[in-house]
Write a protein that binds this ligand. Structure first.
Ligand SMILES: [Zn+2]
Length: 373
């Protein structure tokens, strides 16, 4: 039991010296303890200390406080109000709890490793076995801040898709298994580790790739007019690696047909419209491109080194892709999506061909969240 004034005690502690109360007898200590419980002291007038090592290199370890008085009239406990005025400190309470609950292993952040040292004295005094403590460093995300103050400053929710918080990653479409795998690959070590979002995305991509169905989305769409001499049924595979999942069919022609492709692709001049026909652009009027069908097979397209591009038919629907850019910053990309996407449900993750993996956020507005390439 110690009735030193805090300031005086701290001076002695920093000098590695014992205060006058350190040598008190058990009887004297018990009497002071009873007085403290009875309410003879006010906050700050007496504490119970754990005898440690006055020469310990870390002064905070020297005779740390196990019990102190709280002025509960001023600061009532949220649950028990002013019922008790003598309270254990975190380190004391945790040591006792760990022992009584039979805790065998403690996982603790490296920055709190001094607590393990402090608690070791409680275990020694009682003759108990201290749990094994595993210290781990912080996991930082490169190019992303996890700080709560930043979230607050930007008025963002924890699950904002631009934040690399667990909730944010979940709403963005990162799979729990990807985070699990990333953390296993980093391992548990006391030093801080920095992981890159790119690394997380590449793990996530491997998980999503076999699951995600493929759809044709056309960003920055322009109209392409072609003439089909015969009726063609374009069969778009649900997933090229799994033919058993089926396909979606779009019937086009015969005659003049309008469809949509991306402006960037239109500017290529020649291309293969996926599963449809090989086209060379002949002229452009305003924003409308006119193309000539020069073949139908993929071999011909390969020979002519034509890129295979996605397209959407005349009755395609408007869609929006929200792309996380930086904390609190999002980019919006508008485009057209093939009618087959009507059957998607909110939360579904698909791949937009030649675009990236996306998650449907709203069916009403056909709003998708961009996950990664
Ligand atoms: Zn003292």
């Amino acid at each position: 039991m110690d009735t030193c004034k805090t300031e005086e005690w701290r001076k002695l502690r920093n000098a590695g010296k014992a205060c006058p109360h350190r040598g008190q007898s058990v009887e004297e200590n018990l009497e002071l303890w009873d007085k403290m419980l009875r309410g003879d002291f006010r906050e700050g007038e007496s504490v119970l200390r754990v005898k440690t090592d006055l020469t310990h290199p870390d002064p905070s370890v020297r005779d740390w406080v196990a019990f102190r008085i709280i002025d509960v009239e001023r600061n009532p406990h949220p649950l028990v109000g002013a019922k008790y005025h003598v309270w254990p400190t975190y380190n004391f309470a945790v040591s006792i709890d760990d022992h009584l609950m039979g805790v065998t292993h403690v996982l603790r952040a490296q920055e709190h490793s001094v607590n393990t040292v402090k608690q070791s004295f409680v275990f020694k005094h009682f003759g108990w076995t201290q749990p094994v403590t595993i210290h781990f460093g912080r996991l930082k995300v490169e190019g992303g801040s996890l700080s709560k103050s930043k979230l607050k400053a930007l008025k963002l929710r924890y699950d904002d898709i631009t934040m690399p918080t667990l909730a944010g990653l979940r709403s963005r479409g990162i799979q729990p298994e990807a985070i699990w795998e990333l953390i296993l690959s980093v391992g548990i070590k006391p030093s801080d580790a920095t992981v890159s979002l790119a690394n997380l995305f590449s793990i996530n991509r491997k998980i999503l790739d076999p699951k995600a169905d493929r759809y044709m989305f056309v960003p920055e769409p322009v109209k392409l007019v072609i003439n089909l001499p015969k009726r063609i049924v374009a069969k778009i595979p649900v997933h090229p690696s799994f033919p058993e999942r089926g396909h979606r069919e779009y019937e086009l022609g015969p005659g003049e047909v309008s469809l949509y492709i991306s402006r960037k692709d239109a500017e290529l001049g020649s291309f293969r419209l996926m599963e449809l026909a090989n086209v060379v652009v002949r002229r452009k009027e305003g924003d409308v491109y006119y193309g000539e069908v020069v073949g139908y097979t993929i071999d011909e397209a390969r020979e002519a080194k034509m890129p295979i591009i996605q397209w959407t038919p005349d009755n395609s629907r408007e869609a929006v892709v929200i792309r996380p850019v930086a904390a609190g910053k999002k980019a919006v990309e508008r485009g057209l999506i093939e009618p087959g996407a009507e059957t998607l449900r909110e939360g579904d993750i698909v791949q937009f061909l030649r675009y990236g993996f996306v998650k449907l956020a709203s069916r009403d507005t056909m709003e998708f969240i961009y996950i990664h390439e």
